[in-house]
Design a protein around this ligand. Structure first.
Ligand SMILES: C[S@@+](CC[C@H](N)C(=O)[O-])C[C@H]1O[C@@H](n2cnc3c(N)ncnc32)[C@H](O)[C@@H]1O
Length: 280
């Protein structure tokens, strides 16, 4: 495939922004080229403009799905940014454990390592008899990563550095052709509700959560998109609920109604109703 023209890049940029909020800044041309080249070859298309037309013309939405799968960045890992899980274990879950249902949402869950880490941390705190009080929703826009998350199969090296006992308690070891892989045990996989959800679309039908993780997702969105999204997340948080973002992110420069607790940790003010807005 030839290099992208400015117009082709603009077209793909507009389509990605409109469909899933992705803010492809200039400088990402090579990445777009690399990620779409194979699909264009399969379709026998010679230019990106033709590809954009093919995506728009496909009423089934399958081509857009492939585009999303190709352009989203899905890097993740078990116990990534461990401070959040220490917070969950020490400050967030103990008071919630004394109440009824605990609802946690992993928004932008990628291949599942984040929600499974939430689950195993909660199981440590709540114990086997009360883990049933946890309702854990994990969503992503990419069907490709959701399939992997639901399968729960990982290279065994990915478990390095996890707390002692987790590998045995929560994973089965692969044998034969699965040698070198581990799989989350079915009874634990069943405790996560994986669902496709585009964060650019309405999610006001979801219940209110005590904790929302949206880590390393909003970095791909521009400030106006982030501001709208944080307002909608705030609306889906219970008063006093926790909002966790990636440590390389921040809510600087966007208006929101959350209290800053520490880097990458925010709370909806206790007693707050629907999403209020205030200057950051
Ligand atoms: C870098 S991963 C972060 C995974 C995990 N939260 C973590 O911090 O390790 C970002 C995820 O956000 C998802 N994503 C990007 N745009 C999205 C959108 N508009 N709606 C829902 N998910 C989106 C991507 O598919 C990807 O799996």
């Amino acid at each position: 495939m030839q290099g992208l023209t400015e117009r082709e890049f603009r077209e793909i940029r507009e389509l990605a922004y409109r469909s899933f909020g992705l803010d492809l800044r200039p400088g990402k041309e090579a990445l777009v080229n690399a990620r779409l080249a194979r699909r264009m070859q399969e379709l026998g298309l010679g230019s990106l403009s033709e590809y954009v037309e093919a995506v728009k013309a496909d009423r089934t939405g399958e081509e857009l799905e492939r585009l999303i799968n190709a352009l989203t960045t899905n890097h993740t890992g078990f116990l990534r940014e461990p401070q959040h899980f220490a917070l969950l274990r020490e400050a967030v879950l103990p008071p919630l454990a004394r109440r009824g249902t605990i609802r946690i949402w992993s928004a932008g869950c990628s291949t599942g390592e984040e929600p499974y880490t939430i689950l195993f941390t909660a199981a440590d705190v709540l114990g086997a008899e009360r883990i049933g009080t946890l309702q854990l929703l994990a969503t992503d826009i990419s069907t490709r990563v959701l399939e992997k998350a639901q399968a729960g199969i990982y290279a065994k090296e990915r478990l390095e550095g996890l707390p002692p006992g987790w590998a045995q308690r929560y994973f089965q070891r692969g044998e034969g052709r699965w040698e070198g892989s581990v799989r989350v045990k079915p009874e634990w996989r069943a405790r996560v509700e994986f669902r496709r959800l585009n964060l650019m679309e309405d999610f006001s039908f979801l219940p209110r959560f005590q904790v929302i993780f949206c880590r390393n997702v909003m970095i791909y969105f521009d400030k106006p998109t982030q501001e709208r999204l944080v307002g909608r997340f705030t609306d889906r948080l219970e008063a006093g609920g926790w909002f966790l973002i990636g440590h390389s992110e921040g809510l600087m420069g966007i208006r929101h109604g959350l209290d800053y607790v520490r880097p990458a940790v925010y709370r909806k003010p206790a007693g707050a109703g629907a999403a209020g807005r205030r200057g950051a």
